[in-house]
Design a protein around this ligand. Structure first.
Ligand SMILES: [Zn+2]
Length: 417
């Protein structure tokens, strides 16, 4: 089937797509608390209506994932992915409209999840529905995973599904919000560092002659901890070119002056500190927790080497480190086939080139990339409302995204026509 025909199949039924978006917004799936039953039933009913096969796979009792499949086994596998949970609406009085009303007004769909990411997910579902209803033959398989826990770190959703080989494919498209002319092809990683200092207790009146103060030891190391930002990322020219574009984009999007530097540098946030027992005692214990985000080109190992060096150079004894959480930075080449296909359809529909950029935050995309699957994120968005108040999305962006998803599935599985 030709691209024009696929696009007009979506165009002709766009009211159904908008209704699907509204209905999904009307089902609150805030996480926390993460109660997903109503949302899962609704999505399953949609798949049933279009005769799409699916199963519910639970990473644990409270984490039902839907895996929907269509097409045929011999051929390539295109993975589609989206989360159906949303961050809480927060203080309802700060909204100009009902976050769970699903209202459509002034060319926009309004509500929590309008951008992140119920309308993107609706676009993926709708694309599959269109292909199923029209019995469009597929020379491979499309596998949609709908996960319930991306907003609370995805441990029993995407991570679990990929690591247990429930889903595996040749490429992956995630409908996370990026805006119509941008896609995300890389993300920072993260190391949560804990420093602990031990000392020798004594009566406070005898300091510093008696005892050894653990807080003072810790402070000496903390005074040097910013040196983690000096680690130089190592990457090739192609990555450097994407990095430059990403910095330009960040400069436009983030108001804080200089914030584009977070893309190609480690960030260091001393987030928590505690120690000591009583003011008149020389403390024998202190600890600090530091959130370090690492750019593409820096590994967790490089961070660890720097931490060891910093502790050594501070010249104090009794300070040790551990990592409470680590994830590597990850990326997909900007010339991967799946990226080129999406870019091709963005250019056809919007008449503009698709920017391919790295992000300073992270998402479930990393789990696919760790498994070696080329992955991009592309989805409709008005970025200002995401995880904030008054979240919206433009109807036109949603409809065009659904057209792009439909054509991308066909091109990836059946070859460009
Ligand atoms: Zn999201």
């Amino acid at each position: 089937m030709k691209h024009e025909e696929l696009r007009s199949l979506v165009e002709d039924r766009k009211e159904e797509l908008i209704q699907l978006c509204s209905e999904m917004i009307r089902i609150p799936s805030e996480n926390p608390p993460g109660e997903m039953d109503a949302m899962i039933s609704y999505l399953c009913a949609y798949l049933d209506k279009h005769g799409i096969q699916y199963e519910i796979v639970k990473g644990n009792e409270s984490a039902p994932n839907i895996i929907a499949r269509m097409g045929q086994k011999d051929g390539r596998v295109l993975l589609l992915n989206g989360h159906c949970d949303i961050v809480p609406a927060g203080n309802l009085e700060k909204w100009d409209f009902d976050p769970f009303g699903g209202e459509v007004r002034g060319g926009k769909i309004l509500g929590r999840g309008a951008s992140d990411m119920k309308t993107g997910l609706a676009g993926l579902l709708f694309a599959m529905g269109i292909l199923a209803d029209n019995k469009v033959p597929l020379n491979g398989e499309v596998v949609l995973s709908i996960v319930p826990d991306e907003e609370v770190s995805g441990q029993f959703g995407t991570k679990w599904l990929v690591e247990n080989n429930v889903i595996h494919g040749d490429a992956c498209l995630i409908a996370e919000p990026t805006g119509s002319l941008n896609c995300e092809i890389g993300q920072k990683g993260c190391c949560w560092l804990k420093l602990t200092a031990s000392g020798v207790p004594a009566h406070g009146s005898l300091a510093p002659f008696a005892g050894d103060n653990a807080i003072n030891r810790l402070i000496k190391v903390l005074n040097r901890i910013e040196a983690i930002r000096d680690i130089t990322p190592r990457y090739d020219d192609a990555t450097a070119a994407v990095m430059e574009k990403s910095r330009d984009m960040a400069k436009k999007l983030i108001q804080a002056k200089g914030a584009q530097h977070v893309l190609n540098h480690c960030t260091v946030n001393l987030g928590k500190i505690s120690g000591g027992t009583k003011v008149n005692m020389v403390p024998d214990y202190a600890e600090a927790e530091i959130d370090i985000r690492i750019p593409i080109g820096v590994s967790c190992e490089m961070v660890e080497e720097q931490v060891i060096r910093i502790i050594k150079e501070s010249g104090v004894a009794g300070v040790s480190y551990s990592f409470c959480w680590q994830s590597e930075a990850n990326s997909t080449s900007d010339t991967e086939e799946i990226v080129e296909i999406v870019a091709d359809h963005v250019a056809k529909i919007w008449g503009e080139p698709l920017a391919r950029t790295y992000q300073w935050a992270s998402s479930d995309a990393r789990f696919f990339r760790y498994a070696g699957i080329p992955t991009l994120q592309y989805g409709p968005a008005n970025l200002e409302g995401i995880h904030a108040y008054n979240e919206t999305v433009d109807v036109q962006d949603v409809v065009n995204a659904a057209k792009i998803y439909t054509c991308t599935i066909i091109d990836y599985l059946n070859g460009k026509n």
